[in-house]
Design a protein around this ligand. Structure first.
Ligand code: AR6
Length: 178
């Protein structure tokens, strides 16, 4: 599914984010930027050691914020590393922090002249965020960003790794578009 807001396309696809050809891909990192499993492990292993070399220059990254590095050997020129919240019970600022992770990534993309960006479903793997809620926050934050930054980006893609994730994001985007 995709929608167009002004000149920006917001699209949902199923796939492996490490092969995306967008200007930047976003990594669901941890606050030490130390690498790990899931999409983080996949990005570092496909992108090679240059990405970690640049990660080490930062003093980590707080939850809800983002940093940018080279894409190393990836097709994407940049990786934006953001840290989503670990889900506890929904009453520990999780929604605000997840929204902030998406918004910080989008802000950093625009500051770096990036036009096309692909996101994974942040926090919904190891960090345990319920998929339907996380999908709602992700697509809402993307749409609000586009409305407030007209023409800044040409493509925001969510590259989802499972049928369940694609379904949840499709539901969320349909609700928002209706
Ligand atoms: N392409 C797209 N999505 C993927 C890929 C891929 N190649 N691989 C996994 N996913 P997770 P989190 C999906 O656990 O919940 C790491 O160890 C996956 O199916 O990667 O934010 C970090 O170092 C899920 O829907 O990230 C942190 O410590 C989504 O990516 C911690 O996990 C996010 O799952 C971050 O946890």
């Amino acid at each position: 599914m995709e929608i167009k807001k002004g000149s920006t396309v917001i699209s949902l696809v199923m796939g492996d984010i490490t092969v995306e050809e967008t200007d930047a891909i976003v990594n669901a990192a941890n606050s030490r930027l130390a690498g790990g499993g899931g999409v983080d492990g996949a990005i570092h292993s496909a992108g090679g050691p240059k990405i970690m070399e640049e990660c080490r220059k930062f003093d980590g990254c707080p939850t809800g914020k983002a940093v940018i590095t080279t894409g190393g050997d990836l097709k994407a020129r940049y990786v934006i590393h953001t840290v989503g919240p670990i889900y506890r019970d929904g009453s520990h600022n999780e929604a605000e922090l997840l929204e902030s992770a998406y918004r910080s990534s989008l802000d950093l993309a625009v500051k770096n002249g990036i036009k096309t960006i692909a996101f994974p479903s942040i926090s919904t793997g190891a960090y345990g965020y319920p998929l339907a809620e996380a999908a709602g926050i992700a697509v809402r934050t993307a749409v609000h960003f586009v409305e407030n930054n007209i023409g800044a980006l040409s493509l925001i893609r969510f590259t989802l790794f499972s049928d369940a994730a694609l379904r949840a994001y499709t539901e969320a985007l349909k609700k928002l578009a209706s």
